[in-house]
Write a protein that binds this ligand. Structure first.
Ligand code: PLP
Length: 364
């Protein structure tokens, strides 16, 4: 916040060479370094965007080549799924959606089969799912994809700032992030573009050549400065917070599973983000449960798609029925979440689910 306000007082354009312009450029350089420190990559590999949606669009467009195949999974955020569909619209066979098991893990045999055709130009699999928190083990996926000559993109929007990411140790070519997921402002994101990776040059936005030609347009200096400051804070706080948040999430799940009959935690239990849980309370529609506990900040499915009247495509892909998907609540914990918050959220949820179930059972 301070970084954004401070940057708003400067009037310079980061591309100008006069004093205020140099000041703006200095702020952007600092933020670029702060973001690259969080990812352990080089500052020159960061392209600032308007968010993860734009970063995903840019990544897939840059790496998908006509005549090639794009491999992804039905668990992805619409920013990947819809882009993948649009890019392959002329040839639907060039889109491979890997199957997914009931724990939300993608079918690696299917990936190997697709790679064996030799036609895959890009594999795009999310680092962490936004609804269940399930993590993808990207190391072996990147290795297999590179051996088959394909590029690798990951939508790491949910993972950046919540678990350590080391791009020097992980051989990913493109990674998308969004600042508001780690305490920064909305409307600012970035795409990591690995230096030296063989990308055709295909920007989405052409113009004055900013961001090394990858993303033209005057940079959003206040937003970028605030994103950099948030990245720095996340990097410094990460190590202390992961265990604490995971313990709180586990306590919430344990209480709910013990006290509420017929409920199920979604996603591979040992392979999730620390601060996310997706829980199905069978027979209790989530909209009614949430309405019965307005003071608890939980959501139906993911916050990105809430408001849409369709059931979660993630839960359906994991084999849940429409009723189960509609009866699923997602809780998200952050740096500010305390033990008292979790105890209160658990008590309120137990009450709300019981209330909704008995209202549903009552004769109308
Ligand atoms: N990808 C994932 C996994 C998300 O969770 C979100 C939104 O929360 C997005 C992409 C879109 O990000 P943005 O709102 O920055 O465009």
């Amino acid at each position: 916040m301070e970084a954004a306000l401070d940057a708003m007082r400067t009037v310079g354009n980061a591309s100008s060479t006069h004093g205020p312009g140099r000041d703006a450029a200095h702020r952007v350089d600092l933020a670029r370094r702060q973001i690259s420190d969080l990812l352990n990559c080089s500052p020159g590999e960061i392209v600032f965007t308007s968010g993860a949606t734009e970063a995903n669009n840019l990544a897939l467009r840059a790496a998908f080549s006509d005549g090639g195949t794009l491999v992804t999974s039905p668990l992805e955020h619409p920013a990947v799924l819809e882009t993948a569909k649009a890019l392959t619209a002329g040839s639907p066979a060039s889109l491979v959606l890997l199957s997914v098991d009931e724990d939300g893990l993608v079918d690696l045999d299917g990936l190997h089969l697709a790679l064996a055709t030799g036609s895959v130009s890009i594999v795009s699999l999310m680092a962490a799912n936004n609804e269940t928190g399930v993590l993808t083990d990207l190391g072996p996926i990147a290795k297999a994809a590179h051996e088959a000559g394909a590029l690798v993109h990951t939508d790491a929007t949910q993972m950046v700032g919540r678990l350590p990411i080391d791009l020097e140790a992980t051989d990913i070519d493109l990674l998308s992030l969004s600042a508001h997921k780690f305490g920064g402002p909305q409307g600012v994101g970035a795409l990591f573009v690995r230096r030296g990776a063989p990308f055709p040059y295909r920007p989405l936005i052409f113009g004055g050549g900013q961001e090394r030609g990858w993303r033209a347009g005057t940079l959003n200096v206040p937003g970028i400065s605030a994103a950099g400051a948030a990245a720095e804070a996340a990097r410094l706080g990460l190590a202390n917070e992961i265990g604490r948040i995971e313990q709180l999430r586990n306590a919430l799940e344990a209480t709910l599973v013990e006290q509420v009959v017929d409920c199920r935690v979604n996603g591979a239990i040992g392979q999730r983000l620390p601060g996310v849980t997706s829980i199905t309370f069978r027979g209790a529609p989530a909209d009614a449960v949430l309405a019965a506990m307005p003071d608890v900040a939980a959501s139906e499915g993911s916050a990105c798609s809430s408001g849409a009247p369709t059931p979660s495509h993630v839960l359906l892909a994991m084999g849940r029925s429409r009723e189960e998907a509609d009866a699923t609540v997602r809780f998200s914990l952050g740096y500010a979440t305390t033990t008292a918050d979790i105890e209160r959220a658990a008590a309120r949820t137990i009450q709300a689910v019981r209330h909704v179930r008995s209202a549903m059972a009552a004769p109308s």
